[in-house]
Structure formats: structure tokens, C-alpha cells
Design a protein around this ligand. Structure first.
Ligand code: PLP
Length: 375
């Protein structure tokens, strides 16, 4: 019996993946990765200090149950409807492996979160983006070609755009139609037909005050992704969540494996989720107010930022300009993130929102670079 030759090492579909290498040289005002510029949750910092050396010699809790319980409480769901990971990137990775077969495809409106394409390829799955304009006009195009997974970032990174409920409903209806209607088997929990798993990345939903969590826990094969890296100010601890029905979460937990969230991250994350002092809500409110004020300042200068539901603003710039502009901002002590043009989408720069003194500094740089910002 003959056997197909092994693809070799590295695999051809893998060899062209690069290391993630954004410009990380330190600058006085770093507004390039949408983290919380007000700092980290004070209760999380206290939990880190109190974490206890003797716990470090032992393995953490298998599936981070205390953290799941705190997340369930914070998000208004049951603990068995929450999976955890070392950042939401890790939850996405577990989900990809759990639901997409080798060679299967992932569809998503693009441009979107930069990890989706490499994450798909690393796992031997095919990334098949759809231009945002096409996806907005008709969400069912995301189902073309029978993908294993459909990923929608809401609000979207890097544009700040949040698809509305009518669009979500149309996507769900189209997915149900493909599946011939969901008739979940009461014993095995497996759905009646074959429809893609739908994943809604809510890394920035804290700033939009709108979540699909209630939908995800009711609907099979649907997962909402949340993170502690942005509004909670804990990017360095690496804590993320997947929230969905018990049967969906169970499959992701199997792929996640034990011991993913370390002990310090678990206790600090749980303390921040409880948010007793209301710190998260306060910094979110300030970020949203500063976002609106910043957008108004840009418009007053004749610039044309995209409306944003997140803690960042995308400013379209002339083609071929984003990288040079990013370098110029850096020379003025401010880091922002450049984005080159993607099919049907403008080139631009993304500016995270921080305390107003930082935004005022960005506006000074914008005034200094006025000519370069014209389109
Ligand atoms: C920042 C970000 C994340 C968070 O990733 P972590 O691994 O949790 O730090 C997830 N999704 C999107 C769209 C993001 O922008």
C-alpha cells in the first residue's frame, strides 16, 4: 500500500509564517497596542503581591476553576459556560484546534485582528478573509465554501466598527439555514446539521457596552471571546476567556488542556473581575469620553477618523504613508500602529485612547505632521 509522502519540515504552508514583531522600542507615550493606559487593576496588583511563594512550587488548578467562577459571576453565566486560557489568543488557538479539521477553512471579515491569519496557518487551517464591505452587505458570504469557523471581531480591531444586531441576526439565520435548523441532540449535544462554529471576539466589548454573551450561552456552536488584556489592564498576566454553551465550552476545554493559566494570573484575574472598587468601570468611562473628545478634535482639524466603539481610533491616511507616519510619530515620542491597505480597505494608523494628557500630546504631533496627514 502506497502512502503520500510526508510534507517535510517546515511544512510548506507553515514555512512562510513570520514571528510576530511589531515595533516595541520603548517610547514615552505608547498608544500602539490598546492596553489600559490607566494601569492595572489595583486589586490584581495586591493579589500578585500576596500570591504566596509556596504555591509556586505546585501546579495551578487544572482548569482554573476559581477563575472560571469569578468570570461566570462577572459575565452573568455559569462556570461550566466559561473556558479560560493564557490570554484570549490561547483560547482562540484551543478553539481552532477543537473545531476546525486539518485543512478546513476559517472565514472572517478583513481587515481584522492580525493573529487570525497566522493562527489559522500555524494550525494547518486555511484563512479565507472576506472584504468588510462585502460581509456587511451580506453576512451569508462568510459561509461560502463551507468554513469550519466564522470569526467576527466586535468591535473590530483595527477599525473600531461594531456590526449591529440586525447583521448578527442575519448571520445566525444564514448559519441555521445551512445547518437545516439546529436540533441539538439532547443526549450528545451535537447539532443537527453542519454549520460553522461562530466566534465573536469581544476583546473591546467593555468599551461598547454591548455583548453577545447571552446569545452564546443559549446557542450551540457559538463562542464569545473576552480578555483581561485591555480594559482590565492585565496584558502581562495573559488571561482570556471563551464563553458559550456547556457543550461548546467542554470541547474547547479538552483542546486547552490542564494548567494553562498560572496561579498568579488566576488569583489576580479573579480579583480584577470582582472589581470591588469599580476601577474597570471608571477607566472605561474615561476612555470612552476621551475617545469621543479625541475624534471631535480630529474632525475639527479636517481629518476623517472612522467611528469607533473601542478604546482606539482608526485614522485613514494616503496610500503608502502609514509606515512613514508611524516613524514620524515615534520621533515625536509617541507610538501608534500603522496598517497597510487591504483589499477594499484604506491604509491607516490606529491610535489607542489613554488619559487626556497623552491624547493632547498625540494632537500636538498631528499638528506638527499636518502636511503628511493630508490624503
Ligand atoms: C488585544 C486583542 C486580543 C487579546 O489578546 P490576549 O491574548 O487576550 O492578550 C484578542 N482579540 C483582539 C481582537 C485583540 O485586539
Amino acid at each position: 500500500m502506497s502512502r503520500a509522502p510526508r510534507p517535510g519540515f517546515p511544512r510548506p504552508d507553515y514555512a512562510s509564517i513570520d514571528l510576530y514583531s511589531p515595533d516595541r522600542r520603548p517610547v514615552p507615550v505608547d498608544l500602539c497596542d490598546n492596553t489600559n493606559r490607566w494601569g492595572a487593576h489595583p486589586d490584581a496588583l495586591a493579589a500578585v503581591r500576596d500570591a504566596g511563594v509556596e504555591r509556586l512550587t505546585r501546579y495551578p488548578v487544572l482548569y482554573a476553576d476559581p477563575l472560571r467562577e469569578a468570570a461566570a459571576e462577572a459575565f452573568g453565566v455559569l462556570p461550566q459556560q466559561v473556558t479560560t486560557g493564557a490570554g484570549s489568543d490561547d483560547v482562540l488557538d484551543s478553539l481552532w484546534r477543537a473545531v476546525a479539521e486539518f485543512g478546513g477553512s476559517i472565514r472572517y471579515p478583513a481587515p481584522t485582528f492580525s493573529m487570525i491569519e497566522p493562527l489559522s496557518r500555524m494550525n494547518g487551517r486555511e484563512a479565507r478573509p472576506v472584504a468588510w464591505a462585502d460581509a456587511i452587505a451580506d453576512p451569508s458570504v462568510l459561509l461560502d465554501g463551507d468554513p469550519c469557523l466564522v470569526y467576527v471581531c466586535r468591535p473590530n480591531n483595527p477599525t473600531g466598527y461594531s456590526v449591529d444586531r440586525a447583521w448578527i441576526d442575519a448571520l445566525l439565520a444564514a448559519a441555521d439555514e445551512r445547518a437545516g435548523g439546529f436540533t441539538e441532540d439532547p443526549v450528545t449535544g451535537s447539532p443537527g446539521g453542519v454549520a460553522p462554529v461562530l466566534v465573536f471576539d469581544e476583546a473591546y466589548a467593555d468599551y461598547a457596552d454591548d455583548t453577545l454573551i447571552p446569545l452564546a450561552v443559549e446557542r450551540p456552536r457559538t463562542l464569545v471571546i473576552r480578555t483581561m488584556s485591555k480594559a482590565y489592564g492585565l496584558a502581562g498576566l495573559r488571561v482570556g476567556f471563551g464563553i458559550g454553551s456547556e457543550s461548546t465550552v467542554l470541547e474547547v476545554e479538552k483542546s486547552r488542556g490542564p494548567y494553562k493559566v498560572n496561579h498568579v494570573a488566576e488569583v489576580a484575574g479573579a480579583a480584577a473581575l470582582r472589581d470591588e472598587p469599580g476601577w474597570v468601570a471608571a477607566t472605561i468611562a474615561e476612555a470612552v469620553a476621551n475617545r469621543e473628545r479625541f475624534v471631535a478634535e480630529l474632525v475639527r482639524r479636517g481629518l476623517d477618523p472612522l467611528p469607533s466603539s473601542a478604546n482606539f481610533v482608526f485614522l485613514p491616511v494616503a496610500d503608502g504613508r502609514a509606515r512613514d507616519l508611524s516613524d514620524a510619530f515615534r520621533e515625536h515620542g509617541v507610538a501608534i500602529r500603522p496598517f497597510v491597505a487591504e483589499a477594499g480597505f484604506s491604509e491607516g494608523i490606529r491610535v489607542s485612547i489613554g488619559p487626556w494628557d497623552e491624547m493632547a500630546r498625540v494632537l500636538d504631533v498631528i499638528d506638527a505632521l499636518r502636511k503628511e496627514l493630508e490624503r
